[in-house]
Design a protein. Structure first.
Length: 54
């Protein structure tokens, strides 16, 4: 599960960076917000699944 979350995080960040070059205006904002939500969701998932060390 962690590997999948890491993969989604990396792909979503890369997608978010490339959208600034591919789109403009409202379309760029909407796509960026959508991929940003995916980035935040996967980061939260990774944070909640971390192993705690004593």
């Amino acid at each position: 599960m962690k590997a999948l979350l890491w993969f989604v995080l990396v792909v979503a960040v890369a997608f978010n960076v490339t959208t600034s070059f591919a789109f403009d205006g409202v379309q760029q904002v909407l796509v960026s917000v959508g991929s940003g939500i995916v980035v935040i969701g996967s980061a939260v998932g990774l944070f909640l699944r971390r192993t705690r060390r004593p």
